[in-house]
Design a binder for this molecule. Structure first.
Ligand SMILES: [Zn+2]
Length: 345
């Protein structure tokens, strides 16, 4: 799917990215660099191509994970992602990382994981002007519900700094969100936000479960909520924002094409959304490109997309000083005209 051309206004708009996976962000140049570093063959993974299905994507993702071997690779991945985000004028990002893959699979020790994330975050701010926070997610299908490895890290002295939430990724069908209720309750009690994926590859009931059982602060994807007006109403009533990733959904077959993507229907139902890239290393997309798709195919005006960034500031998990700085910068980039259609934000 070719990315839509962005207008100069969208290209220059300061942005937030609230749904991107560090381990899914490696573009070909970074993959090649890592393969060379370790003297291993570059795994063949498609980029910007449709995957057969979600399982096909997971298989490609796991093949790509072979390139991430130790803590120095972690820093490399964060630096490359920060450069990518800066190119889209992203000033603030909440980046999901899967600690399980690093710790359970023994790529590095918890203290090395913690220190590498801190170093990557420092470089992102200093070299690229991108402020990062972390979301550490439970990989469904890998971490058993009662293992509590992910929340155990969050709840320990080895927890990396600037972690703001617990996530839930991986396949949905066969792995109900309710299995992870204990991990989410423990994380919430320790002060972390609940940021599960839901309603991506499974239906509206999975979105409801994220909201009702895991008490989600935001839901990753959630696009299948359009199947059930009651779930749409629940999202509006509870003020739950969806992190919508249109290109990801099209390439994984969640939506047939960008025109029929649920984005417009979510907006029309009054559900608040942000736009995000998910796994740009596999989908060959950018934050700016996602905004351009929403503009071209779903009628979002410059004012709508500006308002969406302000909404992202409101629902992100940054400290007050960072939020104030982001709002100031967005105020300087207000579009010339008022909203032309009802902004969900
Ligand atoms: Zn995701």
């Amino acid at each position: 799917m070719p990315p839509a051309d962005a207008s100069p206004y969208l290209a220059g708009l300061p942005k937030l990215e609230l749904h991107v996976h560090l381990e899914g962000s490696l573009r070909p140049a970074t993959r090649a660099r890592l393969a060379e570093r370790h003297g291993i063959e570059l795994p063949t993974v498609g980029q910007g191509v449709a995957f057969r299905d979600f399982d096909g994507f997971i298989a490609a993702f796991i093949a790509g994970m072979r390139l991430l071997r130790d803590e120095s690779d972690l820093v490399t991945a964060v630096e490359a992602l920060a450069a990518d985000l800066a190119a889209s004028q992203v000033r603030y990002a909440e980046v999901t990382t899967t600690a399980w893959a690093w710790l359970h699979e023994k790529r590095c020790h918890p203290h090395a994981y913690r220190d590498a994330l801190a170093e990557g975050r420092r470089l992102a701010a200093v070299d690229h002007g991108v402020e990062l926070r972390w979301v550490i997610d439970i990989p469904r299908g890998f971490e058993a519900p009662d293992a509590q490895l992910t929340v155990g890290l969050l709840d320990s002295p080895q927890c990396p700094e600037a972690v703001v939430g617990i996530g839930l990724g991986g396949p949905e069908i066969g792995y109900p969100a309710s299995w992870y209720r204990d991990s989410f309750e423990r994380a919430r009690a320790a002060g972390f936000a609940a940021l599960p994926h839901g309603g991506e590859t499974a239906g509206a009931a999975y979105v409801r479960e994220c909201v009702d059982v895991l008490r989600a602060d935001r839901v990753g994807h959630g696009v299948m909520a359009v199947e059930d007006p009651a779930v749409l109403a629940l999202l509006v009533e509870r003020g739950v924002t969806l992190e919508v990733c249109p290109t990801s959904n099209v390439l994984l077959g969640v939506a047939a094409d960008i025109e029929s993507h649920p984005l417009g229907r979510l907006r029309d139902a009054g559900v608040a959304v942000t736009l995000a890239t998910d796994d740009p290393g596999y989908f060959d997309n950018t934050v700016t490109g996602e905004l351009a798709l929403a503009q071209r195919h779903h009628g979002f005006s410059d004012a709508d997309l500006h308002a969406m960034q302000l909404h992202a500031v409101a629902v992100c998990l940054a400290d007050d000083a960072t939020k104030a700085r982001l709002r100031r910068e967005l105020a300087e980039h207000a579009p010339q005209t008022g909203p032309t259609n009802a902004a969900p934000a």
